[in-house]
Design a protein around this ligand. Structure first.
Ligand SMILES: Nc1ncnc2c1ncn2[C@@H]1O[C@H](COP(=O)(O)OP(=O)(O)OP(=O)(O)O)[C@@H](O)[C@H]1O
Length: 246
């Protein structure tokens, strides 16, 4: 059964249509990379799925739950949002320890202390930062902070992990570590992952499928090999060969 289906999505915050999707089905346990020129609607796409941005029309089927996106109530929205976790380009660390940063989401959900300890330690181990649990989070390097952000997402055991340009501020070594951790998470938990990236090599390395969004529309979607080796549309060919000016 598909995990996520979007239907007749229209995002139009003013007079301009910034995202228009007729029909999209994403399958469980896959990693999808979303690529496209700057301003094409990639972040908007993630925000719609994460229920942070309300389309004027459209439906989402989220793991069997049918949601009318313009009409979602506050509590209904929160319940679905709790099934997802989001990692942004620049992680914001709370002024406390690494452990507490990762534990915070679980405390809000009223999880008991023993379970929190177990799950936070597991998540920190998964991102290779168990030894830094007691460190003040604001003293971490950029790469470490981004891994804490990943642990913070992971500890919630999300059905869907959304990554919005998570490595754009990292050096190549930390990009590589972040990608490896993402791969490990995927292998361990079979989490469905959507990653917006400007780096085509990253899409190629990580994703099982790629989506090309251009001018607010989903132009092409395919398994990663076909996407890069046999692009069908002229727009994607131009984008992949670096000819698309943006
Ligand atoms: N709330 C909003 N109101 C009006 N326009 C918006 C809003 N949010 C985004 N846009 C516009 O929608 C378009 C798509 O924005 P979005 O951030 O989704 O692009 P993107 O593909 O993620 O870009 P980038 O790669 O540069 O991050 C842009 O032209 C942006 O200015």
């Amino acid at each position: 059964m598909p995990d996520l289906q979007l239907q007749n999505i229209l995002v139009k915050p003013g007079t301009k249509e910034i995202l228009k999707l007729e029909q999209l089905t994403l399958m469980e346990s896959q990693i999808y990379a979303i690529v496209g020129p700057s301003g094409s609607g990639k972040s908007t796409f993630l925000k719609v799925i994460n229920l942070l941005m309300k389309p004027v029309q459209g439906k989402m089927n989220f793991f069997g739950q049918e949601l009318s996106l313009p009409h979602l109530s506050g509590s209904g929205r929160l319940l679905v949002q709790r099934e997802m976790a989001f990692v942004a380009q620049k992680p914001v660390m709370f002024q406390t320890t690494v452990f507490e940063n990762v534990a915070m989401g679980l405390r809000y959900r009223g999880i008991d202390r023993l379970t929190i300890r177990k799950r936070v330690n597991e998540a920190l181990e998964q991102v290779g930062l168990l030894g830094s649990a007691g460190q003040a989070a604001h003293t971490l390097s950029g790469g470490e902070a981004q891994r804490v952000a990943l642990a913070r997402a992971l500890v919630l055991k999300p059905k869907l992990l959304l990554l919005d340009e998570p490595t754009s501020n990292l050096d190549p070594k930390n990009v590589s570590i972040f990608e490896q951790v993402t791969r490990n998470i995927h292998q361990t938990f079979q989490t469905t992952i959507l990653i917006v990236t400007h780096h085509l090599h990253q899409a190629r390395r990580l994703a099982s499928h790629c989506l090309f969004i251009h001018e607010g529309k989903l132009v092409e979607m395919a398994d990663t090999d076909s996407f890069f080796q046999t692009p069908k549309t002229e727009d994607l060919k131009a984008f992949l060969s670096g000819q698309m000016v943006y």
